[in-house]
Ligand binder design. Structure first.
Ligand code: AMP
Ligand code: MG
Length: 461
């Protein structure tokens, strides 16, 4: 069913540990992404749901699959951990250049104290959010399957268990480089960089070229998050993708009311990963990658450092510019306009307005419909500067109507936990076309009431 063409398992043994899925004899299929399977050239429609549940819970290992857990390190909230690795994930193999990975299929060499399993809640969250991100045109890992294990996992209390199948152009992280750099294993570092260049940035000729390409890809990604009100929540270097894709849907969230320093994650006590801090944190993460590359850049460390400084000079300005460009596009402005962007955002913030709907409804202002926009001096200032220059004709393709709002994700999880799968499928459906009005499922556009607000999000562990 899957034509595996594995490259990661060909790398030296330091890069991974072989792994085997645990037994899940009672697993059943919750969701399968036939569209994605098709893109990957998988012949899934010939398989029964029972077969798919077996394959995507690791109970049937397909020919060519070489399950393994990848090694990586990482800075978690600024503190370096020399060995993390796939503790609850295993790579089944690669097809058409994409990794097929199970999350929650049991313990690996890297599991430390954990059980290697996943509760169903995080599986549902990642399924909904990662597919929504893809449809919102954000580079991301994707969701191929969600399986119910029909066995409890033990967190604060017993919860139903699940297994998620993640598809990614790669799972290489800044933390993968840190794993070898911290061991001063320069040979493996070089092997890893060559592998990453070949896979993602074939035009890069030198380590510096490679660094610049990763920096651009990540800067671009972060600016896209900001343009959608997305807060990743745990931008540790082990969750910072070399391919520049969104990875790790733990405590992430889309904002409802706009707040420039919004934090959701229960573990982000100091707001390190607050909404508007995501640009500076991207730079911080790229600097950690740069440090790893020093021995590959030049044997003279001082020279390597000054080359890095020179190469990354562009980055702060680049991220800022891309954010401003994207915000101005959302306003329908003919060119980036920092002042108008900030005027609008500060109006949203002062009046606690919904980020997504306030952009989406902008065209209505042209018809004099100001519902949802309190009439303040700032609003009048904005309108008088914006209206004469804005072009609203394309805005419905730029500003989504539906986003995976936290309170709705939470409601879906509650429904599934009580045995009702309808809202899960409905939510996936409406988010397939986030820019198009869906009159049957239109309630998914509605922001939370005071009681419905989700104030904190949690990691899936
Ligand atoms: P994350 O919070 O998903 O970025 O994971 C951070 C680290 O904890 C990674 O090394 C994971 O593999 C590991 N980890 C997370 N959950 C579990 C679990 N249930 N069992 C074992 N390891 C885990
Ligand atoms: Mg992670």
């Amino acid at each position: 069913m899957i034509n595996f063409e594995n490259t990661y398992s060909m790398l030296p043994e330091e890069f991974y540990q072989k792994a085997e899925p645990a037994e899940f004899p009672k697993s059943t299929l919750l969701a399968f992404n036939y569209e994605l399977a098709d893109e990957l050239g998988m012949d899934a429609s010939s398989k029964s749901e029972e077969d798919l549940a077996k394959i995507f819970s690791g109970q049937e290992i397909l020919p060519g699959s070489e399950p393994l857990a990848m090694a990586y390190a990482g800075h978690q909230f600024g503190h370096f951990v020399p060995q993390l690795g796939d503790g609850r994930a295993l790579l089944l193999g690669e097809t058409k250049g994409f990794d097929i990975q199970l999350k929650g299929a049991g313990r690996t060499y890297f599991s430390r104290g954990g059980d290697g399993k996943s509760a169903l809640g995080p599986v549902i969250r990642e399924y909904i959010l990662s597919e929504a991100m893809h449809k919102l045109k954000v580079p991301t890992t994707r969701a191929l399957a969600a399986v119910l294990t029909n066995e409890p996992v033990y967190r604060q209390e017993p919860e139903p268990g699940g297994i998620f199948t993640r598809v990614a152009s790669s799972h290489l992280r800044v933390g993968t480089f840190q794993f070898f750099a911290s061991r001063q294993d320069h040979k493996s570092l070089k092997t890893l960089m060559d592998y990453a260049i070949k896979k993602h940035y074939p035009k890069a000729k030198t380590p510096i070229d490679f660094l610049i390409e990763v920096a651009k890809a990540q800067g671009e990604l972060t600016s896209t998050w900001i343009s959608l009100g997305f807060i990743h929540g745990v931008m540790n270097t082990d969750n910072s993708s070399i391919a520049g894709i969104t990875i790790d849907y733990g405590p992430c969230a889309f904002m409802d009311e706009y707040q420039s320093q919004k934090v959701f994650s229960s573990i982000d006590r100091n707001g390190r990963y607050a909404f508007m801090n995501q640009g500076p944190i991207t730079q911080w993460n790229i600097l950690r990658l740069a440090e790893c590359l020093i021995p590959l850049i030049d044997s003279d460390e001082d020279k390597a450092v000054s080359m890095i400084e020179e190469a990354l000079k562009f980055l702060p300005g680049f991220i800022e510019e891309r954010i401003e460009e994207k915000l101005s596009l959302k306003l329908g402005l003919p060119k980036p306009d920092r002042i108008l962007n900030h005027l609008f955002l500060s109006y949203l913030e002062e009046n606690k307005l919904d980020f997504t709907l306030s952009f989406r409804n902008l065209p209505k202002l042209f018809n004099g419909d100001t519902t949802g926009y309190p009439d303040t001096d700032k609003f009048q200032n904005f309108i008088s500067a914006w209206k004469p220059i804005a072009n609203i004709s394309e805005l419905h393709n730029i500003n989504p109507l539906y986003i995976p709002r936290n309170h709705q994700v939470q409601r879906v999880i509650d429904d599934v936990y009580s045995g009702n799968f309808d809202s899960f499928h409905q939510m996936n459906k409406v988010l397939q076309n986030p820019f198009e009005v869906n009159s049957e499922l239109d309630h998914f556009k509605t922001p939370p009431t005071e009681q419905e607000k989700v104030r904190e999000t949690f990691c899936g562990t």
